[in-house]
Design a protein. Sequence first.
Length: 155
Amino acid sequence: MTRITYHHASYGHVLVGPQEYKNGCPQPPKDKSIPLAARRWWDDMGLAEAADASRAVLAYRNSKLIGFFRYSFFQDFKLPNILVGAGTWVSARHRGRGIGKRLWELAIKKQQAANIEVYAATREGLLLVRRMKKQYPKLQWDITASTSAYRGENT
Ligand SMILES: CC(C)(COP(=O)(O)OP(=O)(O)OC[C@H]1O[C@@H](n2cnc3c(N)ncnc32)[C@H](O)[C@@H]1OP(=O)(O)O)[C@@H](O)C(=O)NCCC(=O)NCCS
């Protein structure tokens, strides 16, 4: 079985953006190294308008990008180590195997995150972040979600 490898990325990576203190990659990346399905999802989710990021965790299999978690990380004078989610994507054929979870775990660990803010735009995204909250109950979680993410739930 081929191993999945994980890497951390910051400014300079195509999924993050070119430069610190500027918008972190609001446009869908045109780079061919980003799977077409991910670029389409980027458009569908409106990431181009909303989701700047300063870092990312990337999952590769056979040198191919199969997943990523984009996020921003900063300190506030009131809150320490704030991690703000800016888009998690795993290639459809690799979903349900713990890759999304692993991407989040690696970001939380690397940044020693204490506060997490995330907007879940899909049902799977909401399930994933709820799962992470369960795994890290000592962190402060601020989870919001779109109406469609809640669809089918009695909440
Ligand atoms: C959301 C997404 C990144 C999850 O990635 P994944 O690798 O499949 O997630 P994992 O296998 O690590 O699952 C992590 C947890 O999320 C929950 N979960 C994720 N997808 C789920 C699904 N379809 N049904 C039920 N639970 C789900 C489970 O609780 C799971 O934990 P468990 O296996 O311990 O029960 C993936 O479905 C995806 O890329 N979807 C399309 C893009 C998207 O919607 N992104 C989120 C935008 S907010």
